[in-house]
Write a protein that binds this ligand. Structure first.
Ligand code: SAM
Ligand code: SF4
Length: 344
């Protein structure tokens, strides 16, 4: 499927719930969200039908998100159903990791390929404050279980927060020194409660100041070039090369590593360096609305549509995908929904 600007759209982010067991300060109000009537949220069958329609139109990768996807009842059945869709090449999930210790092995068995785990701090007290109750220990137990279950290329997502985790950028990045993980730093976006935190914005470049040994990796044809030293593939482990390729064309993270590191560091800069021109994504919310851009107000209702009516609606909408967002210091997201309803 291509949009009106010739971009190939092959990546769906499917939100399976807007509920969450945490209340991260930049994502959710302290009181959480009102539980919606059962009927307002798509059933597992509906979510599968919507995802299947996207796959027939050329979507090759689906990321399950939320809210917290692991609080959705029946999540394992959904994973099983989606992983069996012919033509789907990768099924992944973004989770806060707090329930992963119990879910990692069954998720793997159900066919999930990869995991992104959100982790903004390595200090238990900070984690508790930032997520309003989250236990760091449980996230690490989840990560351990994920590795034991056979998940590879695990990515950690850390939102950069001035005055909050600013002094931990080095410690967070160095998680990738001994472990084959990619630690991805994400600039805070002015959406949901994050829109009321302009003073907390911290540019991703700060990570490079905190960890000066990092060198940029760049996908270059079939090889990867280390930009600072000019060294080629052989200096880097196979795992690192795979990270770089995964995040290469169409990916959103600029990747860095250092000699001897097992993993990599990614910088995601939706604010200071737009990546809209190569955007390959669409999103579907848990109540069945298609979003063409994370930050646009337009939503296309898909519930109740089936077969050709469904695929045609998606295809026609995708042609209207906007060129990019208009976020800036003074311009918050146009999205009428906070992140817990879209999923990032
Ligand atoms: N609950 C899951 C989790 O936390 O990983 C999945 C949903 S969460 C909305 C997806 C990602 O969005 C998380 O990595 C979170 O840190 C990020 N996020 C939420 N609000 C954000 C904001 N205002 N700016 C940048 N990232 C944000
Ligand atoms: Fe929940 Fe994820 Fe939002 Fe935190 S970022 S409140 S874990 S949905």
């Amino acid at each position: 499927m291509t949009d009106g600007f010739g971009r190939t759209i092959d990546y769906l982010r499917l939100s399976v719930t807007d509920l969450c067991n945490l209340r991260c300060v930049y994502c959710m109000p302290p009181e959480g969200v009102c539980k919606r009537d059962h009927g307002e949220i798509c059933s597992l069958e509906e979510l599968t039908e919507l995802a299947a329609a996207c796959v027939t139109l050329g979507v090759k990768k689906i990321r399950l998100t939320g809210g917290e996807p692991l609080v959705r009842r029946g999540i394992l059945d959904l994973v099983k159903g989606l992983s069996a869709l012919p033509g789907l090449e990768e099924l992944t999930m973004t989770t806060n990791g707090t329930l992963l210790a119990d879910y990692a092995a069954p998720l793997r068995a159900a066919g999930l390929n990869r995991l992104n785990v959100s982790l903004d701090t390595l200090r238990p007290d900070r984690c508790r404050a930032l997520t309003r109750g989250g236990e760091l220990e449980r996230v690490f137990a989840g990560l351990e279980a994920a590795e034991a279950a056979g998940f590879r290329d695990i990515r950690l997502n850390a939102v950069l927060l001035k005055g909050v985790n600013e002094d931990e950028l080095g410690d967070l990045a160095r998680l990738a020194k001994d472990r084959p993980w990619t630690v991805r730093f994400i600039e805070l976006m002015p959406i949901g409660p994050g829109a009321a935190m302009p003073d907390a914005f911290l540019p991703a470049g700060r990570v490079l100041e905190a960890v000066p040994e990092l060198r940029e990796m760049q996908s270059e044809g079939s090889g990867i070039k280390d930009q600072r030293s000019g060294n080629r593939d052989q200096e880097m482990g196979e795992q690192i090369l795979r990270f770089a390729r995964n995040d290469g064309a169409g990916g959103v993270a600029r990747l860095y590593t250092a000699p001897g590191w097992a993993g990599a560091v990614g910088l995601i800069t939706p604010m200071s360096c737009g990546f809209c021109e190569s955007c390959s994504r669409i999103r579907i919310t848990a109540d069945g609305k298609l979003k063409l851009c994370l930050h646009s107000a337009e939503e296309i209702p898909l519930r109740g549509l089936h077969g050709e009516a469904l695929t045609k609606t998606i295809q026609e909408a995708v042609r209207r995908k906007p060129a990019g967002h208009r976020l800036s210091d003074t311009q918050p997201s146009d999205s009428v929904r906070p992140m817990n309803e879209i999923g990032g």
